[in-house]
Design a protein around this ligand. Structure first.
Ligand code: FO1
Length: 315
């Protein structure tokens, strides 16, 4: 059995590569829920939905999130009513949030609802939230932006979508994480896995929250030799989103060496792109084994080849 730690788009891409090389029923994805939020009274779990939609093959390929062949009638009507439409919720995507909110209201736990939604979309991978408890990523702005003063703490989606992450931050925290527990099955999966794959998701706001859930980091440290991470940074930059800027703003280095240093305690092997081959020794100087391979998943074929490299590195 394989465990994959995943955030949004980067995680979903590697997961769709992994299921090409291993039986999907043998894969457990532990997904970040720090991006979750309540909007229009609905519980929205963006990274879980991105993972499920991508594994189901129904995701929007241009944005990476939401559903393909989407319509926007509710958003258009809400706009006419003067409602909140800054966070785009398509008509089909809304069904997911309506279902999840209804089931949670009936007392179901987030991991149960996630299983129901994954099964309903024909996804065989076991998709687990990192926790059933509310953990919410919040960021303090280092400068004023979009009418928000420097020093203000904002919710993740306000930073990421509302402000288009076009603002520097001075700190990040995961509200509620100290009181949270890993979702049922998370620690056992990590303990029993043949390999733990860390997807090339944002190390600060996608992998960070998963690590912060009590018990998870310790469980990963114990499996360090079987933990293989794919660097989310290639040639000093993130492929998508603010990972490179967040790393620098929080005092880390936005290079594969910086990623190795950040994860050295619990990651035994870091897969770096060929563009960073010259940094292999510098990564290994951090005590992390480096494997060089094409990591830019420009096609499902590349994702499949990368997944094979990752599994080989874990064995
Ligand atoms: N990202 C955006 O940049 N703009 C949006 O309007 C937006 C809507 C949205 C709706 C549902 C969903 O599951 C994800 C959505 N995302 C949107 C992505 C979301 O911000 C994710 O948290 C990021 O992709 C980071 O993982």
């Amino acid at each position: 059995m394989l465990v994959a730690l995943a955030g949004g788009v980067g995680g979903a891409r590697l997961l769709s590569g992994l299921v090409q090389v291993v039986d999907p029923a043998e894969v457990t994805a532990v997904v970040n829920t720090g991006d979750d939020m309540t909007l229009h009274g609905l519980h929205i779990s963006p990274d879980i939905d991105t993972v499920v939609y991508t594994l189901a093959g129904v995701h929007n390929r241009s944005t990476g999130w939401g559903v393909a062949t989407e319509s926007w009638n509710v958003m258009d009507e809400l706009e006419r009513l003067g409602g909140e439409t800054w966070f785009r919720l398509g008509d089909r995507d809304l069904a997911t949030h309506l279902y999840r909110t209804q089931r949670l209201g009936e007392g179901a736990r987030l991991h149960e609802v996630t299983t129901e939604l994954a099964r309903a979309r024909g996804v065989e991978v076991r998709v687990l939230p990192m926790s059933d408890d509310a953990v919410r990523t919040r960021l303090v702005l280092a400068e004023s932006a979009g009418g928000v003063a420097a020093g203000t703490e904002v919710a993740f989606q306000h930073y990421f979508v509302g402000l288009r992450h076009a603002v520097t931050v001075s700190s990040v925290r995961f509200d509620g994480v100290a009181e949270a527990s890993p979702a049922p099955g998370v620690l056992d999966a990590i303990g029993e896995a043949e390999a733990v794959v860390v997807c090339p998701s944002n190390p600060v706001v996608s992998i960070g929250p998963i690590l912060a859930v009590p018990g998870v980091r310790k469980a990963l440290v114990a499996r360090r030799e079987q933990v293989v991470a794919v660097s989310p940074i290639v040639a000093g930059a993130a492929l998508k989103g603010p990972a490179d800027r967040l790393l620098v703003e929080l005092g880390h280095e936005s290079t594969v060496v910086g990623v190795a240093r950040l994860h050295a305690e619990w990651v035994g092997t870091l897969v770096i792109d060929e563009r960073d081959a010259h940094l292999k020794d510098a990564v290994e100087a951090q005590g992390v084994r480096a494997v060089v391979a094409p990591t830019i998943m420009s096609s499902p074929q590349v994702a499949g080849s990368l997944a094979a490299v990752v599994l080989d590195a874990a064995r």
